[in-house]
Design a protein around this ligand. Structure first.
Ligand SMILES: Cc1cc2nc3c(=O)[nH]c(=O)nc-3n(C[C@H](O)[C@H](O)[C@H](O)COP(=O)(O)O)c2cc1C
Length: 352
């Protein structure tokens, strides 16, 4: 479905002062991404594949493929299949701890992917250089002001601030606090996208007014018609409220695990058992810390797959952000984007 005219060439109903103001506020973001609306579909492992990514880009937003634990061959196919479905720009999200990161960057380069998002910790210098040398724009996550400045010095092209309201792996600080801490100091020098806890356009408008050039949403797109997540996964989203999306608990201080926000279910108990098992291997010297962390990440990838693909929402991980309570029906991506745009425009217009 084409999203042409969402804010660029509005139809009668969209010809409002609010839409014009929104277009202005998103201008740096849309220029940077090469799309119509500076709304990124945050990469979600197993979920952000060819169908959802192309639907978001075709609707005027910016889809991002989640590489997750894919091999270079699988990523190659996913990018090729996405290109078949959209002529518009989309990005690829790579996890820095992936053992074949360099090969994955090569795959993106071969396909001429315009934007690479590096997730999962501060990106290594060689990866930044390699991506930039390919001509792609590099985006990375800044979980604190000092890290945002460090990324600017390392010549990242844009940063994403993601607060702890988000679904999936999270940091300890909320989106609103990160936005206040980081935006005033860097937003003039580098485009900043805000993620985590955004469910409605009013919040999009507010972050743009604070200096962001765009936003990134994950949770809101899970129940889109085009999303391939299992019906059980979508049903769990439709039933849940904000308080059901809780962070995982770290049970052993010697094993620092990045918390994951997901809907509470029996899987949470399994994760505690997994942490104990990995902590024991670490204690007995059978594995090093890096291997321990990789085992935890593989655990998550498997648990998320069980829920998303197989529909096992009891013992699989139903990763979801706190905005899950604002997901009330299954609808096409283009509708979701249009709602967000109209809500943001109405909020801006009401400022007078
Ligand atoms: C099910 C799920 C899986 C996710 N997987 C990834 C991932 O593989 N890589 C990544 O950088 N972010 C991942 N995220 C985070 C999203 O890209 C996005 O930043 C986040 O969902 C935004 O917050 P929101 O959920 O409040 O909209 C995931 C989020 C969810 C809900």
């Amino acid at each position: 479905m084409s999203g042409e005219g969402l804010i660029a060439e509005p139809r009668a109903v969209h010809q409002s002062v609010g839409h014009a103001r929104l277009k202005e506020l998103m201008h740096r973001g849309t220029e940077f991404l090469g799309c119509e609306v500076a709304i990124m579909g945050g990469a979600m492992s197993w979920i952000s594949e060819r169908h959802l990514v192309s639907a978001i880009s075709n609707a005027g937003g910016f889809g991002v493929i989640a590489c997750g634990a894919m091999t270079p061959e699988l990523l190659d196919t996913e990018i090729a299949e996405t290109k078949v479905r959209t002529q518009r720009p989309f990005g690829v999200n790579l996890i820095t701890m992936h053992p074949q990161l360099s090969d994955l960057v090569d795959v993106c380069t071969r396909h001429g992917v315009g934007h690479v998002v590096l997730a999962g910790g501060l990106p290594p210098g060689w990866a930044i250089e390699k991506i930039k040398a390919s001509g792609a724009k590099l985006m990375a996550f800044a979980p604190a002001l000092a890290l945002a400045k460090k990324l600017m010095r390392s010549s990242a092209d844009a940063i994403v601030i993601e607060g702890m309201e988000a679904g999936g792996h999270i940091g300890p600080v909320s989106t609103t606090v990160l936005a206040q801490e980081i935006l005033p100091h860097v937003s003039h020098d580098i485009p900043v996208f805000i993620a985590g806890g955004i469910g409605r356009g009013e919040a999009v408008a507010a972050y743009l007014e604070m200096g962001a050039v765009g936003v990134q949403l994950g949770t809101r797109f899970v129940c889109s018609t085009e999303c391939i997540a299992h019906a059980n996964f979508k049903k769990a989203f439709l039933r849940a409220s904000a308080r059901d999306a809780i962070p995982s608990v770290q049970i052993d201080p010697r094993l620092p695990v990045i918390p994951v926000r997901a809907l509470k279910n029996r899987e949470m108990e399994k994760f505690s058992a997994k942490q104990r098992e990995v902590a024991d291997l670490l204690d007995s010297g059978q594995i090093e810390m890096a291997e321990a962390q990789l085992q935890i990440e593989h655990y998550w990838a498997g648990a998320l797959r069980r829920a998303v693909i197989e529909g096992d929402v009891e013992t699989g991980s139903v990763m979801a952000g706190q905005s899950v309570g604002m997901v009330t029906r299954e609808e096409p991506v283009a509708e979701i984007i249009r709602e967000l745009v109209d809500e943001a425009a109405a909020a801006l217009e009401s400022r007078g």
